[in-house]
Design a protein around this ligand. Structure first.
Ligand code: BES
Ligand code: MN
Ligand code: ZN
Length: 507
């Protein structure tokens, strides 16, 4: 999609369609009022006749409106004005873009971006609009031999801001929104690809391609390299699979060499069968999404590169399948991790932490500013937070706060759970330094407690995205989360670097 920003009168736009809002019950938004005045009350007549109530989700397409340059006017219901918040704004834009795409026009000029949203400025509204537009039109049909073609698809969208002095910030916000949307799209595509196509090798190829397109540096370690490094917990997960494991390191250098990098570590299990502790059959197909942490790292690096953020960011992706097999790791096996700590594998289905712990040890070599790992780690997180919020745990309150704020700003929210030492007891093993599971209670926390033992030297946070990285049921598919959260986290870090001491003070 091609996007642009504009400030100007709605009745004067030469475009296939002008989009304005209507509040419930039958109240024109300010842009709609301007159209109405130019059209000798054509719109208010329609409202009076009861053809448009303004209910959220509703819309009405008008042709040849008198006094208006555009071919069409699309009215979008906004719900009650008093109750109009972020949710209503997002819904209105989704409806608008979907409807525009159904018309025969190839462009649209949207005035909804002028609507006041509580506590949000024009930059936020425009950034969200670009992301929502791409989200609304996303399709994954590359594996279908017959694609459902839209007759004349929407090609160009213009977002309007009410004041000319908002243009510059809106332009910057648009560029950010587009960059993040591109990252989200990459993450979704990779998440939606099945395990037979999106293998560890495929993820490595994707990383190489990203590196080529955006001038990043890439390193892919294979099994022999990992053996040399002593990444035995990672390799213990790969033992049951014929698909070769990969350890991917992708570096974006947007700042001087001396600037410490931010490291993102993404869980890259391209299929999680559970291993010898085999998962039950129903919905097992969804375990192709177990690499969504890895996908979000690639998506975020792409967004960072597109935004040319003045930061150094390193993406690290431990990747393998988790399969049963003749040489698969067995419950009871004890493995020595790269850190030297030993782990008793009581359940081979708790594999995410086993590949992440070696990755956390590995990234110490970068002397990072901070490390965030992203993983579809526990079913317990889906039970605790559902599909609305990602789980957040951290060994540093400063970084936790930053990630929570970034999630709020991006509408890609996270919620913090405690990482108290008291939970560590659940990981006690009679035969090794620790077990890889902590029993049923607080499963998300004990998983993070396990990782924390490998992050003691790091300023570290963990995002459990088991509930947020994809949708089940009729709308089954990857969401691209938490690319928006991570991108905003980086945007804020870049801002702080430009203005030192402005906001952040890592504890
Ligand atoms: N990839 C799963 C977590 C998961 C489960 C994500 C369901 C989304 C939906 C992870 O590897 C896993 O299997 N975790 C186990 C851990 C348990 C054995 C301690 C789980 O959550 O059941
Ligand atoms: Mn598992
Ligand atoms: Zn898993």
């Amino acid at each position: 999609m091609e996007f642009s920003i504009k400030s100007g009168s709605p009745e004067k736009q030469r475009t296939a369609c002008v989009v304005v809002g209507v509040f419930e019950p039958r109240k024109l938004s300010s842009a709609a009022e301007v159209v109405d005045a130019a059209a000798s009350h054509y719109l208010s007549d329609i409202l009076r006749r009861g053809d448009m109530e303004g209910k959220s989700g509703s819309s009405l397409l008008l042709h040849a409106v008198p006094g208006v340059e555009a071919d069409r006017v699309l009215l979008i219901g906004l719900g009650k004005e008093r109750e109009f918040r972020e949710k209503g704004y997002r819904a209105a834009l989704t409806t608008a873009v979907r409807q525009l795409n159904e018309t025969g026009g190839f462009d649209g000029t949207i005035y909804l971006t002028e609507l006041p949203v509580r506590k949000r400025d024009a930059a936020w509204r425009v950034r969200q609009a670009a992301m929502i537009a791409e989200e609304a039109l996303y399709r994954f049909d590359r594996l279908k031999s017959k694609k459902d073609e839209v007759r004349r698809p929407l090609r160009k969208l213009t977002f309007c801001v009410s004041r000319r002095n908002e243009l510059a910030l809106a332009e910057q916000a648009l560029a950010q929104g587009q960059a993040i949307a591109t990252g989200v799209e990459l993450a979704k595509d990779l998440g939606n690809l099945p395990g037979n196509i999106c293998t560890p090798g495929h993820l490595a190829d994707q990383a190489r391609q990203l590196a080529k397109e955006h001038g990043l540096a890439v390193d892919v370690l294979d099994r022999a390299d990992m053996e040399k490094l002593g990444m035995n917990t990672l390799l213990s997960v790969a033992r049951g699979s014929h698909e070769p494991p990969k350890f991917i390191v992708l570096r974006y250098a947007g700042a001087d060499v001396g600037i410490k990098p931010i490291v993102l570590v993404g869980k890259g299990i391209t299929f999680d069968s559970g291993g010898i502790s085999l998962k039950p059959g129903p919905e097992m197909d969804e375990m192709k999404y177990d690499m969504c942490g890895a996908a979000s790292v690639l998506g975020t690096l792409k967004a960072a590169a597109l935004m040319k953020l003045p930061l150094n960011v390193i993406g690290v992706i431990p990747s393998t399948e988790n399969m049963p097999g003749g040489s698969a790791t067995k419950p009871g096996d004890v493995i020595t991790s790269m850190s030297g700590q030993t782990v008793e594998i009581l359940n081979t289905d708790a594999e995410g932490r086993l590949i992440l712990c070696d990755a956390l040890t590995y990234v110490e070599r970068f002397d990072p500013e901070c490390v965030v790992d992203i993983a579809t780690l526990t079913g317990a997180c889906v039970i605790a937070l559902g599909h609305v919020s990602s789980g957040l745990l951290a060994n540093n309150d400063g970084i936790a706060r930053e990630l929570l704020d970034a999630g709020h700003e991006a509408h890609d929210r996270a919620w913090q759970l405690p990482l108290w030492d008291d939970y560590q007891e659940q990981l006690k093993s009679n035969f090794a330094d620790m077990a890889n599971i902590g029993g049923r209670p607080a499963g998300t926390i004990t998983a993070a407690c396990f990782l924390a033992r490998f992050a003691e030297k790091l300023c570290w946070a963990h995002l459990d995205i088991a509930g947020t990285a994809w949708r089940s049921g009729k709308e089954k598919g990857a969401t691209g989360r938490p690319v928006p959260l991570l991108s905003h986290f980086l945007i804020e870090r870049a801002r702080d670097r430009a203005k030192p001491g402005a906001r952040r003070k890592a504890a």
